[in-house]
Each structure stands twice: as structure tokens, then as C-alpha cells.
Design a protein around this ligand. Sequence first.
Ligand SMILES: [Cu+2]
Length: 187
Amino acid sequence: MDPEKDTMFRVIVVVMLAVVAVALVFDGATRRVVNAFAEGQSPTQAATSSTTAASASTYHPVTRTFVVTTVPLLVHEQAGQFDYLAQDFAKNGVLDGKEVWGFSPSTLTVYEGDTVNVTVVNPSGDDHTFTLPDVGFNLLVKAQSTASGTFVATKVGPFSYLCTIAEHSPYMWGQLVILPDSAAPQS
Ligand SMILES: [Cu+2]
């Protein structure tokens, strides 16, 4: 090939590659700015959004209301119903000095920042408590009554709630699950 033509050909290829590269970069920048306007940001924010967008949650906390009922599972009143209970409740039986009660439901799930409203219904003849030691929340629910309270879910984690009446406490418990706000549906 003519050396002069060969040089010209190389120059044309390099110039074309440069034009394509500039077009791609310009297109990317334009898309970021257009997307930023669509999301209500300024172009300046858009320039930094690629590093900050992932961490910020847009979840708006809500109030979540729960009704929890205390339910008898294996208690003294059932001794006539299940013949094994007489032995269980006797001295050195597996339920000596205890009764098995539950909370229904036994799991409550909320998101970080939510306000949690709990009403505990206790139809039974025993007093109970609904106690969340890690949250600093406690309700005493007298026999055949209801009690309500509210707290804010500030810490992420699973937290146990229990009845602190000694006869019930090993068995009568449930779990409050506070999920991080980043796990919530983003609005
Ligand atoms: Cu109890």
C-alpha cells in the first residue's frame, strides 16, 4: 500500500474511535442528568448520586397495631381433660410449679422507626405481663381484662417478649422482629 495512504487511513481510524468515545461519555452524563431531573435532584446531586443513592432509605415509618391474646396451652384447669397433667404438675413432674401459656400471635414484625401499638387481651383467670426487656416496654394484664401501650421500634433486631409471672415465664414468650428500614418497600 502507498505509505502516504496508509498513514491517512490510520489517522481516520483514530479520529473515528475518538469521536465514538466522546459520544459514549457524553451520552452517559446526559442520562445521569435526565434521571436526576426525573427524581427531583439537581445536576450537582446527580454527580454524587452514584455513590450515595444505595444507602439512603426512603421508607416512611407507620403505626402498626397488634392485638395479642394470652392462650392456655397446658394449665391446671385442663387437668381433668388430659390424664398426664396430674403427673406433670405433681412434685418433681416436668411442669412442677409451672404452667404453659402462649401469646397469639407469637411473632410480630415491624420496620425500624415504626410506632408499635400493642393491645393484649387476657380472657384467662391468671394475671400476665407482656414484657419487652430490650425495648423497655411492659404491660401488666390482669385476669379477664385488656391492656394497651405504644413504643417506637428504634433498634433493629429480634427481641423476645415474655410474661414475667414466675409460674409462666419459661414458656410464655414470643418474638418482636424489627427489620432495618432499608429492607422496607421503598416509596
Ligand atoms: Cu403469664
